[in-house]
Every structure is written in structure tokens, then in C-alpha cells.
Design a protein. Structure first.
Ligand code: OGA
Ligand code: NI
Length: 191
């Protein structure tokens, strides 16, 4: 029995999800801008305004006979600006907090939001990208749907000038295109 989506249905659902995700992104970026004491549109416009990108990745973690010997994903921070994540109800995501790995609860209907590297850079470290990893499960397949919100590749990202001054708060991060940042992170080069 075929119970999945047809390509046409998949397209419709994805387009609608994208619209809602972009609305939520706008709201979160406004609140994060205000949290920095800046105009609500600051972060969005620094990330390319209407050219901001949303990239969906579907993670699939099959059951693992010896879950204590493996990880789903190694510890990392996301290199985008924000990640909006929906897991399938199987626990496994952990965040690094105060020196411990802390399990993230599966709340039905919740969208998990990660602050990524580009928000850390723009805020000059006032917000920090969340270090996270995933475990695998002995019996159950875990899946998660992640949307990475990121600037266009050629967008130049650095600490916001409003947050930087030479004496009190010098820039903690270098300024470069998102493409350059990605290249360095993927190839483990210094930023
Ligand atoms: C990622 C990620 C976590 C998860 O895709 O960057 O961290 O819960 N996924 O699958
Ligand atoms: Ni991640």
C-alpha cells in the first residue's frame, strides 16, 4: 500500500513549511536583535534580508546494536545563523551546558532552535552557538528535519559595528564571506 506523498504533494507541503519557517525566522531574528539592544531588523538585514536562505536536511539514524559505542552526530556547532529542528519523537539530541551533556526533551509539536555560528559572529559573542551532538537508539530509528537559516554564500559577515569599539569591546571574530567561513570550517582551518 502506498501511503507516502506524491512528488506534487511533497512540493506543496514543503513550500508551505518553508513559508512558515521564514515567518518564524523573522520573529526570532527580531527578538534576538532586540536582545542586543538593536533595531528589530538588524540581524535579518545583516544576513541578506530577503535573500536569506533556508536549507532543509533530513537526518536518519537507524537503530544501533551498541549505541554506547557510536554517536549519531559528533559534537559540533551549526555554521549557519539559526537551525530550526523537528525530531520524530525519539530522544537523542544533547546540548553542552555548564560542562555536561544535557538531553533535550522531545516536546510534541515543538520546534527546537539552535543559535548557529553566524549569530555568534554578528553578536560578537554575546550569543554563542550551541554545541550539540546526537546519540543513537538501540531499538528505534531516529529522524529529524532540520532547516538551516543562513546568509547567501557571498554575504560578508562580521561582528556588527554597533557592538564593537576599539577599547571596550574589540571584535572577537574576523569578517569574511559565509562561503569562506564554510570552507574553513569544513576543512578545519582557523577562522
Ligand atoms: C544537524 C544536527 C541534530 C539532530 O543536523 O546539524 O545537529 O537532532 N542534527 O538530528
Ligand atoms: Ni547540528
Amino acid at each position: 500500500k502506498f501511503y507516502g506523498f506524491t512528488p506534487q504533494q511533497c512540493r506543496e507541503v514543503t513550500e508551505e513549511y518553508n513559508k512558515e519557517i521564514l515567518k518564524l525566522t523573522d520573529k526570532i531574528l527580531e527578538l534576538l536583535s532586540e536582545g542586543l539592544g538593536l533595531e528589530p531588523n538588524t540581524l535579518k538585514s545583516s544576513l541578506g534580508g530577503e535573500d536569506i536562505e533556508a536549507e532543509m536536511k533530513i537526518n536518519h539514524y537507524p537503530p544501533c546494536p551498541q549505541p554506547e559505542l557510536a554517536l549519531g552526530v559528533e559534537p559540533h556547532t551549526d555554521m549557519c545563523a539559526l537551525t530550526l529542528l523537528v525530531p520524530n519523537g525519539v530522544a537523542g539530541l544533547q546540548v553542552w551546558k555548564d560542562g555536561n551533556w544535557v538531553a533535550v526533551d522531545c516536546l510534541p509539536g515543538a520546534i527546537l532552535v539552535h543559535v548557529g555560528d553566524q549569530i555568534e559572529v554578528l553578536s560578537n559573542g554575546k550569543y554563542t552557538g550551541v554545541l550539540h551532538r546526537t546519540l543513537v537508539n538501540k531499538e528505534r530509528t531516529r529522524m529529524s528535519w532540520a532547516v538551516f537559516i543562513a546568509p547567501p554564500h557571498d554575504k560578508v559577515i562580521g561582528p556588527l559595528t554597533q557592538l564593537v569599539d576599539d577599547d571596550q569591546s574589540p571584535p572577537k571574530y574576523s569578517t569574511k564571506t559565509f562561503a569562506d567561513y564554510r570552507y574553513r570550517k569544513i576543512n578545519k582551518l582557523p577562522q
